[in-house]
Ligand binder design. Structure first.
Ligand code: NAD
Length: 354
């Protein structure tokens, strides 16, 4: 396997690997390990070009640094991408080669599941490296992160309601949920259980039917979810959904959802503020999954009760960011980045957890 260091400024280490035997082409980016080793998922995606893959891994790795800093996980930020088709391009040899690539980082980067990889794949990667985390429950790991992410989103959504309306009461509020996958459906369940009215959209009709039948939700065409008058818009599908075109259409008081990288560009945080919409920054509200993994990582044995207790802090984390934004008169997305940077600055020179 040929491993080439790319020397990207602002990152501790970024490397490219090509293994002609297994066909692996991959990148690992370690953004920052001030607060602990970099932990981030291994994404497998059919990128059009290697340049696209590099852009993605850099953006995602930095996002993990910020997310873990605000959530106090004691972890740093990193990410890996495998260039290829996740349905047809995987093999035990390719995943084993990915393990050897991770091993080359000597514990500064830990891989976990992500879009295009499963916990079963992580077990394959583990045949050639010990630097993986987020293992299945059957292997003593923290398992599926989605329920933890969803609970954190629910708590963060309540915190955003409190900021906007002076009460975190969900009953009677209308929430427009975009995307009813592993996280979105679970968020919708929490909301329904607490008396919210749901408007839902998904490109998979079966998911919508489930929400209509089990949660009394009203179905909305995927393209129309941005136009629905609602107290809260909860993006739980794709990134980039808060852009010039959608922000002109939104009729909500709060945006609070699970999707990563919701702002198409950083300046869209300011557009939300100017429109009077309270925005729960994505990497603060959706940290439940990495918090769950951090419990497996640090405890030397996974403890579900401890994970739930830590995810319970996400509401307060969202409140703290929204408060900071209000006090400084800045967009909440900027306040979240400032809070993360403060934590990292404070952590410089302190002993690392591992
Ligand atoms: P998922 O793939 O299970 O669900 C995504 C859902 O969105 C699917 O049901 C899909 O059909 C739907 N969807 C796709 N395009 C759509 C569109 N245009 N309109 C409406 N619905 C659409 O993924 P997930 O694990 O539930 O994650 C959802 C989001 O949350 C992603 O952005 C992910 O990166 C983010 N996230 C997830 C976790 C986690 O623990 N799973 C943690 C942090 C962030």
């Amino acid at each position: 396997m040929k491993i080439t260091d790319l020397g990207i400024s602002g990152y501790e280490r970024v490397a490219h690997a090509h293994d002609p035997v297994s066909g692996l082409v991959a990148l690992i980016a370690v953004h920052n390990t001030t607060l602990g080793p970099a932990v981030g998922g291994i994404r497998m995606w059919n990128y059009a070009t290697e340049a696209d893959a590099l852009t993605d891994v850099l953006r995602l790795a930095e996002g993990m640094t910020l997310k873990s800093a605000v959530a106090n996980t004691g972890l740093g930020g990193g990410k890996a991408v495998i260039i290829g088709n996740a349905r047809t391009g995987k093999s035990p040899a390719l995943l084993a080669a990915m393990g050897r690539f991770i091993d080359n980082f000597e514990g500064t980067y830990y891989g976990a599941e992500d879009v295009g990889t499963s916990t079963a794949d992580i077990e394959q990667v583990r045949t050639t490296t010990k630097w993986v985390t987020g293992l299945p429950r059957s292997a003593g790991g923290s398992g599926d992160p989605s329920p933890f992410t969803a609970r954190g989103v629910f708590l963060g959504l309540k915190a955003a309601l409190a900021e906007r309306f002076g009460s975190d009461e969900v009953r009677g509020r209308t929430v427009a949920v975009q995307g009813l996958g592993s996280v979105g459906m679970a968020v919708a369940q929490h909301l329904h259980a607490h008396g919210a009215k749901l408007m839902v959209a998904d490109i998979h009709e079966a998911h919508v039917q489930t929400a209509v039948e089990k949660l009394g939700a009203r179905s909305v065409e995927p393209e129309r979810i941005f136009d629905v008058p609602a107290d809260v818009f909860a993006p739980c599908a794709l990134g980039g959904v808060l852009n010039d075109s959608t922000l002109a259409r939104l009729k909500c008081a709060v945006v609070a959802g699970a999707a990563n990288n919701q702002l198409h560009e950083p300046r869209h945080g300011r557009v939300l503020l100017d429109k009077g919409i309270v925005y729960a920054p994505d990497f603060v509200i959706n940290a439940g999954g990495i918090v769950n993994i951090s419990v497996e990582f640090h405890a030397g044995g996974y403890d579900e009760a401890a994970a739930h207790a830590k995810v319970g802090n996400i509401g307060e984390a969202v409140s703290a960011v929204l408060r900071l934004a209000r006090e400084r008169g800045i967009p909440s997305s900027e306040a979240a980045v400032q809070l993360a940077q403060q934590r990292i600055a404070a952590g410089k020179g302190a002993p690392k957890p591992h």
